[in-house]
Write a protein that binds this ligand. Structure first.
Ligand SMILES: Cc1cc2nc3c(=O)[nH]c(=O)nc-3n(C[C@H](O)[C@H](O)[C@H](O)COP(=O)(O)OP(=O)(O)OC[C@H]3O[C@@H](n4cnc5c(N)ncnc54)[C@H](O)[C@@H]3O)c2cc1C
Length: 111
């Protein structure tokens, strides 16, 4: 997500989905979110109905924590990112463009 400010978009997306925010180790190390939200080998194992990976490379140390997810959507600007190998749906693009559109569309559906 590039910065703590940008990471706020992930929090907005989780809020409209009625979800919670998990994170990779770099995001917790940069203090965008508390360490207790880290998912993966040295974090938590999660098993949501829907996991949306926003700008996540798909390192095995992270992916090992998300494989219990029912459905994985990944957004990454690199079409060769390893996260696409485990995603049910992959969106190649910039998270800063895609996430606001998702938030607006979900809001429309909910209303
Ligand atoms: C012993 C050990 C334990 C570890 N435990 C964990 C753990 O529990 N959890 C964990 O997560 N990691 C863990 N790690 C770290 C792990 O190896 C990876 O370094 C980490 O998961 C990478 O996080 P990332 O995908 O956020 O960052 P990066 O690897 O930096 O990837 C960022 C991704 O975002 C994409 N991107 C960048 N900008 C944009 C944009 N604007 N729009 C769309 N896509 C974009 C890039 O293409 C890239 O794929 C551990 C490492 C070790 C050695």
């Amino acid at each position: 997500m590039g910065s703590k400010e940008n990471f706020g978009l992930v929090k907005q997306l989780a809020e409209v989905c009625g979800g919670v925010v998990g994170a990779t180790r770099p995001a917790t190390e940069d203090e965008w979110i508390p360490r207790s939200h880290q998912v993966g080998q040295s974090g938590k194992i999660v098993a949501p109905k829907l996991y949306i990976a926003c700008g996540i490379s798909g390192a095995t140390q992270h992916v090992s924590g998300i494989m219990g997810s029912n459905y994985i959507v990944a957004i990454n600007k690199d079409e060769d990112a390893p996260i696409f190998e485990v995603a049910d749906v992959g969106i190649v693009g910039n998270v800063m463009d895609i996430i606001p559109i998702m938030i607006e569309e979900i809001k429309k559906i909910k209303s």
